[in-house]
Design a protein around this ligand. Structure first.
Ligand SMILES: C[S@@+](CC[C@H](N)C(=O)[O-])C[C@H]1O[C@@H](n2cnc3c(N)ncnc32)[C@H](O)[C@@H]1O
Length: 309
């Protein structure tokens, strides 16, 4: 599967991230994303770049500029660092569509996104304080991080405010199942240290206590904001979610050590074998239909399009 390989090449040291991003890509392909649009919480834009048809060469990955790995488990964002001299994009295809605005509260990530030629404009802004765009200005608002943001009532009202009539808000929303199957619960219930080490605060930051996660909670927020669901696609089978939750995260500092010590040619060789092997074993887990019907998996997210009610 070409798209899985594209994500594996960018995120090769975290294959579980490549896996969930492939699922997200497959779901997003089913939605119309008309311009002008905004990508809220766009980060470095790598996901949206690939989703918009952009492609990287094999020399590109996410780890070229990683810093502060020694503070990785204290929650420091090791990707929030950018040295343009040491960050090779190696773009082989630019996106086939552009996004009018990329919005994020981290200026470094938006700087990283600039060479992608994906966002026509980038705006440093905290989405918890609103969306700094005029009303009725967008055909599409895309946000795949809304469930980690704080003031949903205000944010949904803001998204509605900037939306033109007939425009759509495309969101990734968790199902109750997403937080239910997290390994964190084993630590909470039994006090098992290994479960805490695997989790390392992932549960608390992904499913913050200020939200509930059942569908009725989100549907009520959507209704109160004067919006309605007009399209819905199941996302991330629970088995994939558990693979992501356990993942290779505890090994990340060790992988980075290996990464730094390998000369670029050796690293390229290792990466090629690594990506080919993972692509072969993970491809079957990128077949959502098979996972839901044959394996009996349940979705842990849904991707929805909202319109003004
Ligand atoms: C997990 S990353 C996702 C990035 C990108 N959407 C993607 O799919 O790769 C979460 C992003 O949300 C951004 N973010 C978190 N809280 C935010 C806030 N209050 N306002 C704006 N951006 C925020 C972070 O800086 C980070 O770039």
């Amino acid at each position: 599967m070409e798209i899985l390989k594209e994500f594996l090449s960018a995120f090769w040291l975290r294959p579980e991230v490549a896996l969930i991003k492939t699922h997200e890509y497959l779901a997003l392909q089913q939605f119309a994303l008309d311009e002008p649009s905004a990508d809220v919480g766009c980060g470095d834009g790598i996901f949206s770049f690939i989703a918009a048809g952009g492609r990287f060469g094999p020399g590109f990955d996410m780890y070229q500029n990683v810093a502060f790995t020694e503070r990785f488990f204290q929650g420091v964002d090791v990707f929030d660092h950018f040295d343009p001299e040491r960050f090779r994009m190696e773009i082989t295809a630019y996106p086939t569509r552009q996004i009018t605005y990329g919005i994020d509260h981290k200026a470094t990530l938006l700087e990283k996104a600039k060479p992608l030629r994906l966002y026509q404009n980038t705006i440093v802004a905290d989405a918890n304080h609103g969306i700094p765009l005029p009303e009725n200005s967008l055909r599409t608002v895309f946000c795949n991080i809304i469930y980690i943001l704080e003031n949903l009532d205000r944010l949904l009202a803001e998204m509605r405010r900037v939306l033109q009539d007939g425009g759509r808000i495309v969101l990734q929303l968790p199902e109750k199942r997403a937080e239910e199957v997290m390994i964190y619960h084993l630590h909470a219930k039994h006090g098992w240290e290994w479960a805490r080490l695997i989790d390392r605060n992932k549960y608390a930051t992904t499913y913050p206590a200020y939200h509930r996660h059942e569908r009725s909670y989100w549907d009520e927020k959507i209704r109160v904001a004067g919006l309605k669901v007009v399209q819905e696609v199941d996302l991330r089978p629970d088995l994939v979610h558990v693979m992501w939750d356990i993942g290779l995260r505890p090994l990340f500092p060790a992988f980075m050590e290996m990464y730094r010590r390998l000369a670029p040619t050796d690293r390229g060789e290792v990466k090629r074998v690594w990506v080919d092997t993972l692509a072969e074993v993970l491809a079957q887990f990128c077949e959502p239909k098979w996972m839901y019907t044959d394996l009996g998996c349940k979705p842990t997210y849904r991707m929805v399009a909202l319109e003004k009610a």
